[in-house]
Design a binder for this molecule. Structure first.
Ligand SMILES: Nc1ncnc2c1ncn2[C@@H]1O[C@H](COP(=O)(O)OP(=O)(O)O)[C@@H](O)[C@H]1O
Ligand SMILES: CC(=O)OP(=O)(O)O
Ligand SMILES: [Mg+2]
Length: 370
């Protein structure tokens, strides 16, 4: 390939791409437009840190490191080169992404110390949503309540939703689309053509549908009540809504769908019932604002690997023109269409590729800079 036609001008750089999610750590190493390694690890924050530190000692040093950061506040474009200001921004927003920002900061510090020559860049999970229409991004609250952390819907999982949308778009040019990302965190995004018009996560990644350990949307007075009448301390409440609620809170055992399916307790069954109920409700709400639906793209560790969850959530939505093919759905755990051939709405499983999406955007930005 000649230099002019080379799509990734700096592809001779060795690049580490890193996505620290709440349930898993994903890493990819590339060089010369070739993937050299790709791995995923599930564990507690301290296990993740240890795994990461060992991992970077086990590979050749990289020239550039790309990190996904869940809360970067109002940052409107990426990649952002890491400077002391960038590190301060990540720390500033950390209280609003308690399962993410601090872990990412720890990992960045490790590579900055280990590979002092490497350039570091971050990608914001909210950048995709920075142009949400005002009617979707404001809360019904007076403005200016918290000037240093403006209260509005930031939206998260932007890199994941973009990657699923890109994959879907390679299949066909659908106009009214919902991307559904279900992993440790979960969210839905409504798209009209290539523009996002709403998303379920909000000021923090705890709003929206319930998740493995996050509550999703709650009546705000529940928290005030627990503070006032039950005198629960602030830290307990933070841990409750982020780490002990969702599937874990209802089942009383585990937030992991794989475990819940093995359990026969009424609580585990109820947790699954409630989860799929909320998922169906969120899809219905987005069909309403889109004025119909052409395609749904489902991704994330849970969305891709659990046909049974997809059947439960989408199986009752035929009146919206969403008709699954039960056999196709049951046999799909990779990219593939799972709708019935007569279904007005297409349904695709679109595995999320956050590392590839960051790399794609990084190369595009490098090309633009040249
Ligand atoms: N086979 C599976 N069945 C159900 N849930 C799964 C499966 N594989 C992964 N998950 C869920 O998805 C998470 C990992 O998926 P991912 O999309 O990488 O999520 P995250 O980035 O939120 O950690 C796991 O922590 C687990 O909660
Ligand atoms: C934003 C968010 O919840 O991310 P993850 O699902 O990777 O934890
Ligand atoms: Mg993730």
């Amino acid at each position: 390939m000649s230099e002019e036609s080379e799509p990734y001008p700096l592809s001779s750089q060795r690049i580490l791409v890193c996505n620290a999610g709440s349930g898993s750590l994903e890493m990819m190493v590339t060089q010369n437009a070739t993937e050299r390694d790709h791995c995923q690890f599930e564990g507690t924050p301290s296990q993740v840190k240890e795994y990461f530190a060992d991992y970077i000692l086990s590979i050749q040093p990289c020239d550039a490191v790309l990190f996904r950061i869940v809360h970067l506040g109002e940052v409107k474009s990426h990649p952002v080169e890491v400077t002391s200001d960038t590190l301060a921004t990540i720390a500033h927003w950390a209280p609003l992404a308690p399962l993410h920002n601090d872990i990412a900061l720890n990992l960045i510090n490790i590579t900055m110390q280990q590979w002092q020559h490497a350039k570091h860049y971050v990608f914001g999970d909210s950048v995709l949503f920075c142009e949400l229409p005002n009617k979707a991004r404001q809360y019904f609250l007076p403005t200016n309540l918290s000037p240093r952390w403006p209260i509005r819907k930031y939206g998260f999982h932007g890199i994941a939703h973009q990657s699923q949308w890109n994959t879907l778009r390679q299949q066909s040019a659908y106009s009214k689309v919902i991307t559904v990302h279900l992993g440790g965190g979960g969210s839905l995004t409504a798209w009209k053509d290539d523009r996002v018009i709403d998303t379920t996560m909000g000021f923090t990644p705890t709003e929206g549908i319930p998740m493995t350990t996050r509550s999703g949307s709650l009546d705000p007075n529940i928290i005030l009540h627990l503070l006032e009448k039950e005198q629960l301390p602030l830290d307990t409440l933070k841990q409750l809504v982020n780490g002990e609620a969702g599937l874990a809170g209802v089942s009383n055992t585990s937030g992991d769908y794989r475990d819940l399916k093995q359990e026969s307790t009424p609580e585990a069954k109820l947790a699954i019932d409630m989860y799929t109920h909320e998922l169906a409700k969120a899809i219905g709400a987005f069909v309403a604002i889109l004025g119909g639906i052409d395609a749904i793209a489902i991704g994330g560790g849970l969305g891709v690997n659990q046909p049974d969850l997809r059947q439960r959530a989408l199986g009752g939505l035929a009146h919206f023109g969403i008709q699954l093919d039960q056999a196709k759905n049951a046999n799909t755990t990779a990219l593939g269409a799972i709708h019935d051939s007569h279904s007005p709405c297409a349904v695709w499983v679109t595995p999320t590729r956050e590392c590839e999406e960051m790399l794609r955007q990084f190369h595009l930005s490098e090309k633009e800079r040249q």
